[in-house]
Design a protein around this ligand. Structure first.
Ligand code: MTE
Ligand code: MO
Length: 335
């Protein structure tokens, strides 16, 4: 239902503002309350997200620390507070409001898990839960995540390049695209059958990349953030991260990766092709039909100013690494 979409996005953008106001209020309370300056600084990053929930009956999902090689190249980027990264989410399977995924996903079962790599390849692979963390070396990648709704975060992901999994699967010459699919399990993911909760989109959530995009060194299969395994609201146990594309391409809780000959159907593009392209490369010169993409609200979550407006960069600032892949395309295909 396209009519729902208009409201959906309007609500989302205003919701970001609401949360900022909320966060600033909290910080003010602390500052004028009983906490010293040191405690104020510490509170922003060390606070458990359990305290963000209104429903205390929710059992909290357990994350575990991971061993990884640190990202030394991007260590100077100012990170978004962990508390913000795990409480302000888009994961419509658990609700279309920003705070719902964290609230409604805490009993999500991630182990056992199976990720099947199939289709046009010589070497189909099934990864079980433990394989997700042991098949390849885990690296930290500090990336900017730019949502199509014009907000962004800086997140220290952990994971491995999708290129390594592709090399292992050995795609045939017929493979031109890679199709991804999220788990379909309405008993655990209430938004998949409750249309009001799930934003009226059809599930399972699907995404896709061209094979060269999927093989780009920046394209990450993420199994963690901030030094630990992913919480459910961020796509546990494994999700995609494609930093030069709008956030909706970075599909969560993946159970299927398939090599295919033709461009696969993808969730948001199916729903509203004039608003959400298949390529969806971040592009400040191509506005969304209902809002500008020239700038973005960078959410840091720290201090009195929880966010600031900054210019949006072509390819989200990753042009040097990715622009070559699009030389032959015209501008209209960039959205
Ligand atoms: N399965 C699934 N994957 C998804 C989404 C979703 O609703 N369902 N939302 C996308 C959108 S719009 C964004 S911006 C990112 C948000 O990732 P984060 O919550 O970890 O920041 O996840 C993407 N992956
Ligand atoms: Mo998004």
């Amino acid at each position: 239902m396209l009519i729902k979409l208009t409201r959906r996005s309007d609500i989302k953008e205003s919701h970001v503002t609401d949360e900022e106001v909320y966060l600033q209020r909290r910080q003010l309370l602390k500052q004028f309350g009983f906490l010293g300056a040191g405690a104020l600084l510490a509170s922003a990053s060390n606070q458990s997200y359990a305290s963000w929930f209104s429903d205390e009956k929710q059992s909290q999902f357990k994350t575990t620390p991971l061993k990884y090689k640190a990202d030394s190249q991007n260590s100077s980027l100012i990170l978004t507070d962990e508390a913000k990264v795990i409480s302000h989410n888009n994961f419509y399977e658990f609700g279309a409001k920003k705070e719902q995924p964290a609230q409604l996903s805490q009993s999500f079962k991630v182990n056992p898990w199976q990720l099947k790599v199939t289709g046009e390849c010589e070497n189909p692979i099934t990864l079980d839960y433990d394989d997700l963390f042991s098949m390849f070396a885990i690296e930290e990648r500090i990336y900017r995540l730019r949502c199509v709704e014009a907000w962004s975060m800086v997140i220290p992901w952990l994971g491995f390049p999708l290129a390594k999994l592709i090399a292992k699967a050995k795609p045939t010459s017929k493979a031109k695209y890679v199709a991804f699919e999220t788990l379909y399990d309405p008993e655990q993911m209430p938004g998949q059958t409750n249309r009001r909760l799930g934003g009226g989109i059809s599930y399972p959530y699907k995404e896709g990349l061209r094979l060269d995009e999927a093989s780009n060194p920046l394209t990450l299969m993420s199994v963690g953030l901030y030094g630990k395994t992913l919480p459910p609201q961020n796509g546990a146990p494994i999700r995609l991260v494609v930093p030069w594309k709008y956030g909706f391409k970075s599909i969560k809780s993946i159970v299927g990766i398939r090599f295919v000959e033709h461009q696969p159907a993808t969730t948001w593009n199916d729903l509203a092709p004039q608003e959400y392209g298949f390529y969806a490369n971040v592009n400040p010169n191509h506005d969304h039909p209902r809002w500008s993409q020239a700038s973005e609200r960078r959410i840091t979550g720290a201090g009195l100013f929880a966010a600031k407006r900054i210019d949006t960069l072509p390819f989200n600032g990753y042009g040097e690494q990715v622009a070559d892949m699009y030389q032959k395309m015209n501008l209209s295909q960039f959205y």
